[in-house]
Design a protein around this ligand. Structure first.
Ligand code: ATP
Ligand code: MG
Length: 266
């Protein structure tokens, strides 16, 4: 058995602020196999972003271990470039620079990270075509839609051919139709490139549509409550949303999260 692509072993992260101690993540364990599509859902403040930020080495765990391809990360310092290069990060806001075109924005971090060869540029342009941004590549961010900006964020994270994509509520700000469209495009990219994806969302429907398994987290302290396997066949089309099996998964997850939210109100 090959080692999991990503593994969290009993990871805890405690923040100490001036006035309080916050257990952002408590004793969290997760194994993501190579080529898997895994989602993490849970109420605001349950530690979802903290998990991803521990993977880019910006936040160090208080205890526990994180492994990539079976290799333990030295989380006590900034991660080495060869490990960072295996990952691509996509956040809720694409944060494009307004004075650069879409294509220049996509190229920028890859230029900063090292070289951007002619081959890399050709690959970048093929990704731009793949997500339907061809006509916008020379436009400025202010001239394009929110969906196009998010697509640019996805391409930007993929130019250096990461093996892992870490996505923190990437489509959360989009309307439902646009989000569904980008979800389906993301499934195509995932299938075509064989990458491993960890996806954070608030949206139960989106998590069921995309994932092979869903990690449901609770809050105070942020922790894993349940892992739900999604046995829907692939490839998945949007039509799957209307099936009874899909609805059953949605009910199960909404029930788990609903209970959490009620507890918070008390
Ligand atoms: N740098 C920090 N210093 C202190 N506390 C922090 C820091 N970062 C996060 N926290 C706290 O840790 C907890 C988890 O935060 P986190 O951002 O991971 O939650 P989340 O699940 O991503 O929430 P959301 O769904 O709102 O994005 C929260 O209580 C938050 O206030
Ligand atoms: Mg977050």
């Amino acid at each position: 058995m090959p080692a999991p692509k990503i593994e969290f072993r009993n990871v805890t992260k405690i923040f100490h602020t001036r006035s309080q101690t916050i257990v952002a993540v408590q004793d969290y364990s997760m194994q993501v196999e190579t080529g898997d599509f895994v989602s993490i859902i849970g109420p605001s403040g349950c530690g979802k972003s903290t998990l991803i930020r521990m993977l880019d080495g910006i936040i160090q765990p208080t205890s526990g271990e994180i492994l990539i391809d079976g290799q333990k990360l030295d989380t006590s310092r900034r991660l080495p470039r060869d490990i960072l290069r295996r990952m691509g990060f996509i956040f809720q806001k694409p944060n494009l620079l307004p004075w650069y075109t879409i294509r220049q924005n996509i190229a920028l971090p890859n230029k900063i990270m090292g070289k951007l060869t002619k081959e890399d540029e050709a690959y970048m342009d093929s990704l731009i075509d793949m997500v339907g941004l061809t006509h916008y590549r020379d436009a400025y961010p202010v001239e394009v839609s929110g969906g196009a900006l998010q697509r640019a964020g996805v391409v930007r994270a993929m130019v250096h051919k990461p093996e892992i994509l870490l996505m923190d509520e990437p489509f959360g700000a989009l309307d439902e139709m646009m989000r569904e469209q980008l979800d389906i495009e993301l499934l195509d990219i995932w299938k075509n490139l064989g990458i491993t994806i960890v996806f954070i969302t608030h949206n139960v429907e989106e998590a069921v549509l995309l994932s092979s398994s869903i990690y449901v987290m609770g809050t105070q302290p942020g922790r894993l409550l349940e892992r739900v396997e999604i046995g829907l066949p692939r490839p998945r089309e949007l039509g799957v949303i209307t099936t009874e099996r899909f609805a059953a998964y949605e009910r199960k997850l909404t029930g788990l999260i609903g209970k959490l939210e009620l507890k918070n109100i008390k």
